[in-house]
Structures are given as structure tokens and as C-alpha cells.
Design a protein around this ligand. Structure first.
Ligand code: PEP
Ligand code: MG
Length: 750
């Protein structure tokens, strides 16, 4: 049996094009397609299997197998030869299928009489859609040319499916971007959002996968590649002398843009009847499939460079620019493979939610999303290939789940949830200006956490008394080089201006661990959370710390200034850091600059060791703020970034509460003002318990102020303290159930 030549391939595609142009139902079309391929390739069987769900393939059309098996025969991913093709997104070619490892005999299809088997994946840009199979009775080995020809046909089928050519009865025939889809990822920032897809990099739509004139297509491709090479060279000369990583990426771009192999493969695709765009996509799909298989980080990065370059080439060919055509919806949910912190900041608060295919809990983008309080789900595999601009989507940042094109019932449930939250926010607005006074008890000071200039406008509307924690590292993280003192002073001044007399507590640079500055050489550490971070870096790199302290002193312009040092583990560290600040004050005075009217120097208590520091530490500190996120992770030895353990221990565990009580007592002995600024301060139940054990100041996200204040104003702290004590006495592990029941008895659900 002769194999399929280039002209044979072109003929198949030509006939496929005619078949597709005929008006017909999706199923009829698919039947016509398999009949045509079997006839043109001279095989006894041609079948199409499509994914019914992520794990199951279904026989959707066949020529040669029993027709009764259509829509009946199913197999799981990895099962049988078809399942193997789908799982590894690689062709399987064998002259003797029944003898092949993993062959699964399906009697309903009648396939036992067929010996030769060739299956290729139907995929589009790394998204698996199904498997295209040809089989023959004769024990023949299909040639490389046959494999190639079938891959080209599979590519066209994927494109046609994408355009909705096979839509009809039966969900398996639906265009892949129409069905509801639920994806599981990881939580990076909690919160729920409903909105519409806004793709960071819009997909290029290939409307015609067929080449009418191979020579003309080839010329188009070459012209586009020339333009691409010129633009890469320009990027390289613009960036020369820039940072190493960026140059490395551009060098890789240049290497691919000049790669003869890449161009040759695409030209072969065109010679077999694909349009230039379809040829680029075919190679891009193959690269993406490889990307999913390789584990070597360097290779993955290079494949991802090739992917970026292919996108550029597609844009050149189709004229669809990154910024053309697609308008941002009113309620945008940003979807991207990954995104840098600067890019995310430039979108800013307009985003309702963010879904990333990659990302990590400690990435800069995550830090920015947290600072902006935008719900973020990471590791949502397949989201960029699945989502289309404008699709409806729900981000469930509590569970780490994404509902793409949700069913009505799912949408309704989330709408209710969001509406309830909005109603509650309205209720909170009415208590914005009143203090958080508890029932027959003290008033609790509520402050907000911030980290960006953009946070400040929400200060008056949040009902916060001031900023209890200003995380200064964001200004460093979003830059490519060390910010200058003048720049920093200007930012801090604007923060104080925007706070309009309300107190702001600036925390000095807290980097290391998960927060790595882009312009500092990352240090390989076995356990970064316990490593060289925060004040440890500050004390070892005094220049940066002193520069920041100077910027803060200047920014104050004679106003009161509060500075706190993060991650103080022992008294000496505080003394040393404090001395740097006092030195800078002295220098400022010498230079005749105005000094802050009042200077308060505090420490963050984030390691259990500091709770047991000498009394003199408590006397020296003007205030102490408990960094509960870190303190809790070290208290329970449970990584705050590790999804498997981070929710394992309850903040209201009696051990932790008792420990916090001891800190409260030590501060009371020396009259040292104490506050709590970890995430838990923003959870109403936790906040009420903290108040009950004696904390009088809490700092939290702006959106949490309302709910916390609402509950505190209804809480009798003495009674709550008695409830906590009783639960503790009873031997309970956590006081949560007792406290919840106590609130519920008063008609308060928390
Ligand atoms: C904390 O650890 O509780 C804290 C507020 O600091 P960060 O979350 O920035 O580490
Ligand atoms: Mg911390």
C-alpha cells in the first residue's frame, strides 16, 4: 500500500474543505469526514474519538467499525491504544494492534479483525480534544508520511471543531468552547467573583485552516518570519546591556526565529495543504504538548519562549494584535498563563478576579493580587486554552475552583452568595463612622492593612482609624531596580498625605522567604521561610535599611511617624534596628532637616521566641504588632503557603489563644500598646476572640473592617471570655464550636 504523499495530503484537505462547506448537521459532517479519510488513505477503518469529559473518550463517528458502537463505546484516558494516544498526545502506530501492550478489545466495535492501527491526537494549542484513528485488516506498518498526513487532518478537524463545525446532537460533538467546564486549582487570594473572561493575551482565531495556494501561503509565512526576525533583533538591540534573564529570553527568540527546522516543518505543513496560520498552530500545539511532558525547567522555559514566539508570528499573519478587537468587559476576570506584578498593577482594581494557569502562592503577582484584594485561583490547568474572551466565569477563591461557562444552577448559587455579601457591605456602610465599641465593654481600634498607594483612597470609606500595617516591600517588588531614596520618600509622603492625619504604621522592607526582589540575586536556601529574610536581610544589608529609614524620616516632613521592624526574633535585633533609625534621625538633625513631631518605633512579633524576650524589650518597644500569619506558622510548625497544612490548625486552638494571652499579659505589665495585624484579625469570629482575650487594636484588609465592627458592636467581651474559658476548661482542642454556639444562641451567625 503506497503511503500518502504531499499531493495526496493536499487532495484530502481539498476534499475535506468541500465536505465542510456543505450545509449539514454536526454528526452527518463527522460521518462524511471519516468516510472520506478512510477512502483517501486507503484504510478499512477511520474513527473519531472525542472527549466526553476530562477523563473519558467516546467513539463519535466511524467508517468500518460497527455503527451501533457510535456514542456507546467509551474508554478512559490512558486505556487501550486510543486512550494511550490521548494521554501522551503522541501517535501510536502498530502493524499488530491486538499484540500491543495495553490493547483493549471492545467486542461491540467488531475491531478484532483489524490488525494495523494508527492513532494521532486531535489537539489544539495543547488542549486535548480527541483521537483520530485509521485501521487496516492487513498487518501493514503505516509510514512516516501517513502519520504526518493524519496529523495534518487531525489539525484541521481541531480547527473546524473550534469553529463549531461539528455542533449538533450529543455533548461530545459540541464545540469545545461552548460547554460548561469546572476546573480545580489552588487558592492564592480568597474571595468570590462572577464576571466575564478577559484574556491577558487574546487567542488568535484561525478562520481558515486550508491553503488554497501552497506557494502563496509559503510566501506569506516567509514574509511574516522576516518581519518577526526584524522585530526580535530590534528588541535585542533595545534591551542590550539590560538584565540577564530578559536578554536570555530574547536570545532564545532569535534562535527560534532563525531556526531552519522550525521553518522547514511549517513549510512541510503548508505543502500538505495547511494555511500558514494553521501550520504555525500545528507546530505550536506540538511544542505545548512537549511542554507538558518535560520536567527539565530550562527546557520548559525554552518551549514556552517558542510558544510566545509562535503567538507573535500568528499575530503578524492574522493582523490580530494583542490589543486589537477585544474590549474589556465591565466585570473582567483576567485569565493568563502567568503575569508579572507590574502588568497586574497596570490593570489595577478594575479586575474582579484572576485565574492563572501557572502562578504560585508566593509569586509577585500573588502578592499584588493580595494587596489589591482580588480573588485569585492559580494552577487552573487548561484555563487559557479553554476560555474565550467574554465567556462567563466564576472564581471561587475559597475553594480554589473555577466555573467556566457555568450552568444556570451554579450561576444562581453564586449570584445569591455575592448578593448577600453586597447587602452585608451596605449594612456595614451604615456603621462606618461609629466606633467598634463592644457591649458594656471597651472600644477596639480597627485599622487597615495596605501596601500600595492605591489602597489609600479606601481608608475613609472602610471605617478604619488608620493604617495599622503598611507593607513597604511592594514598591520594591514591582520594580526592576532598587528604588531611589527620593522616589521612596515621595511615595511615603503621598501615603501620609492621603491618610490625612490618620496614623500610618510603616513596616520596613520584609523580603526573603517568598518575596524575592527581581533585582537581587536569589539565594538558594533549604527553607526560605526560616531563612535569610525581613530584618535579617536589613541588618546584614544596612545600606538598604538605612536608605529606607531616611526616606521615611524625610517623608514625615515634621509629622508623627511610626516605624516597625518585621520578624524580630530577639531583643538585640530590635536594639540594632532601632539604633539605625536613631542614627538616621541624628543625621537628619545634623543636616538641618525637619524631624518628625513624634517617633514611635515598634516591633512585629512573628516568632514565638520574642514572646519570651526580656522585660527590657517590652519597655523599649513603643508598640508591638503580632504578625499572626507568621507567628501561627511557626507556632504550629505548619507552612502558611502549603495548601496541605495551612488550614490544618485552628487559630482558635486553645494552645494558640493561650499563647496570645501571654503576650497580652506581658505587654500589659509594661504598658506596651499591642495590636494584631495578621489575616485572622479580619475574620469576625477570630477578631471577637482576640478582643475577648485582651487585644485592643486590630489591623486587617479594608473589606473586613465592616464585618468585624458589626460583630464586635454586638459582643459582650466578658461573656465571650467566660465562654472561651469554659471551653478551655472542658479540654476542647479549639474554642470555635463553643464560641459559635454562644453567638448562635444570640441569633448571630458567624
Ligand atoms: C504576618 O506575618 O502576619 C504579617 C502581617 O506579615 P506578612 O503577612 O506580610 O508576612
Ligand atoms: Mg509576617
Amino acid at each position: 500500500m503506497p503511503s500518502i504523499s504531499e499531493s495526496g495530503s493536499r487532495r484530502i484537505l481539498g476534499r475535506l474543505k468541500e465536505t465542510m462547506a456543505e450545509p449539514a448537521e454536526g454528526q452527518v459532517r463527522l460521518n462524511n469526514v471519516v468516510r472520506l479519510i478512510a477512502a483517501e488513505m486507503g484504510t478499512d477503518v477511520c474513527s473519531v474519538y472525542l472527549f466526553r469529559d476530562e477523563e473519558t473518550l467516546e467513539l463519535c463517528a466511524t467508517e468500518g467499525l460497527n455503527q451501533e458502537a457510535v456514542h456507546q463505546t467509551r474508554m478512559r484516558l490512558g486505556e487501550g491504544l486510543v486512550g494511550r494516544v490521548a494521554k501522551h498526545t503522541k501517535p501510536v502506530n502498530t502493524a499488530n494492534a491486538p499484540a500491543e501492550r495495553g490493547f483493549r478489545y471492545m467486542p461491540e466495535t467488531g475491531e478484532e479483525i483489524f490488525s494495523a492501527f494508527l492513532g494521532v491526537p486531535i489537539q489544539r494549542l495543547g488542549e486535548r480534544m480527541g483521537v483520530l484513528v485509521v485501521q487496516s485488516k492487513e498487518a501493514r506498518a503505516y509510514s512516516e508520511d501517513d502519520i504526518y498526513a493524519l496529523e495534518v487532518v487531525a489539525m484541521v478537524l481541531a480547527e473546524m471543531a473550534e469553529l463549531g463545525a461539528f455542533v449538533g446532537e450529543g455533548a461530545a460533538l459540541a464545540a469545545p468552547h461552548q460547554a460548561p467546564n469546572m476546573l480545580r486549582g489552588g487558592v492564592a487570594q480568597e474571595g468570590t467573583a462572577l464576571g466575564h473572561v478577559f484574556l491577558h493575551e487574546p487567542r488568535v482565531v484561525v478562520t481558515n485552516p486550508f491553503a488554497d495556494d501552497a506557494d502563496a501561503e509559503s510566501a506569506r509565512l516567509r514574509a511574516a518570519i522576516d518581519a518577526l526576525r526584524i522585530s526580535v533583533d530590534e528588541m535585542l538591540s533595545d534591551a542590550s546591556g539590560g538584565d540577564g534573564d530578559h536578554m536570555q529570553v530574547l536570545e532564545a527568540y532569535r534562535m527560534f526565529a532563525n531556526s531552519k527546522g522550525w521553518l522547514r516543518r511549517m513549510e512541510q505543513d503548508i505543502a500538505r495543504g495547511l494555511s500558514a496560520e494553521a501550520a504555525v498552530e500545528k507546530e505550536q500545539s506540538a511544542a505545548r504538548a512537549r511542554m507538558q511532558q518535560v520536567t527539565d525547567a530550562y527546557l520548559r522555559e525554552r518551549l514556552s519562549d517558542l510558544d510566545d514566539l509562535s503567538n507573535r508570528l500568528l499575530r503578524l499573519l492574522t493582523g490580530q494584535g494583542a490589543d486589537t478587537g477585544v474590549e474589556m468587559p465591565d466585570d473582567p476576570i483576567l485569565i493568563a498563563r502567568n503575569i508579572g506584578p507590574g502588568e497586574l498593577l497596570s490593570y489595577g482594581r478594575v479586575l474582579r478576579g484572576i485565574i492563572l494557569e501557572e502562578g504560585s502562592v508566593g509569586s509577585h503577582a500573588t502578592i499584588v493580587a493580595r494587596a489589591l484584594a482580588i480573588p485569585l485561583v492559580i494552577h487552573a490547568q487548561g484555563i487559557t486554552a479553554n476560555a474565550l474572551s467574554g465567556d462567563e466565569v466564576i472564581v471561587d477563591g475559597e475553594q480554589g475552583i473555577v466555573h467556566l461557562r457555568p450552568e444556570d444552577s451554579v450561576r444562581k448559587a453564586f449570584q445569591d452568595k455575592v448578593a448577600m455579601a453586597a447587602k452585608a457591605q451596605e449594612r456595614y456602610a451604615s456603621i462606618r463612622r461609629v466606633p467598634a465599641s463592644t457591649v458594656e465593654g471597651p472600644t477596639i481600634g480597627l485599622h487597615m492593612n495596605a501596601g500600595l498607594m492605591a489602597d489609600l483612597p479606601s481608608l475613609p470609606s472602610s471605617g478604619a482609624e488608620g493604617v495599622g500595617l503598611f507593607r513597604t516591600e511592594l514598591q520594591f517588588l514591582i520594580r526592576n531596580q532598587m528604588p531611589r531614596r527620593r522616589e521612596l520618600a515621595d511615595i511615603y509622603k503621598r501615603v501620609m498625605d492621603a491618610a490625612a492625619g490618620r496614623p500610618v504604621v510603616f513596616r520596613t522592607l520584609d523580603i526573603g522567604s517568598d518575596k524575592v526582589l527581581p533585582f537581587m540575586k536569589p539565594t538558594e536556601e533549604p527553607n526560605p521561610a526560616l531563612g535569610w529574610r525581613a530584618i535579617r536581610v536589613g541588618l546584614d544589608r544596612k545600606g538598604v535599611l538605612r536608605m529606607q529609614l531616611q526616606a521615611l524620616l524625610r517623608a514625615a516632613e515634621g509629622r508623627p511617624l511610626s516605624v516597625m521592624f518585621p520578624f524580630i526574633a530577639q531583643f538585640d535585633e530590635f536594639k540594632e534596628a532601632r539604633q539605625h533609625l536613631l542614627d538616621m534621625v541624628a543625621r537628619q538633625e545634623q543636616q538641618g532637616e525637619v524631624l518628625p513631631s513624634e517617633l514611635r518605633i515598634g516591633a512585629m512579633l512573628e516568632t514565638p521566641s520574642l514572646a519570651y524576650a526580656p522585660r527590657q524589650f517590652y519597655e523599649m518597644a513603643d508598640f508591638i504588632s503580632i504578625g499572626g500569619n507568621d507567628l501561627k506558622q511557626f507556632f504550629f510548625a505548619a507552612d502558611r503557603e502549603n495548601e496541605r497544612v495551612r488550614r490544618r490548625y485552628d487559630t482558635l486552638n486553645v494552645s494558640f489563644l493561650t499563647f496570645l494571652e501571654q503576650i497580652v499579659a506581658r505587654c500589659a505589665e509594661t504598658d506596651t500598646p499591642l495590636s494584631f495585624c495578621g489575616e485572622d484579625a479580619g475574620r469576625p469570629l477570630e477578631a471577637a476572640c482576640f478582643a475577648a482575650i485582651g487585644l485592643r487594636s486590630l489591623s486587617m484588609r479594608p473589606a473586613s473592617i465592616g464585618p468585624v465592627k458589626h460583630l464586635l458592636r454586638k459582643t459582650n467581651l466578658k461573656e465571650l471570655a467566660a465562654t472561651i474559658d469554659a471551653a478551655r476548661e472542658s479540654g476542647a482542642q479549639s474554642v470555635r464550636p463553643a464560641v459559635k454556639a454562644w453567638f448562635a444562641a444570640q441569633g448571630l451567625t458567624v
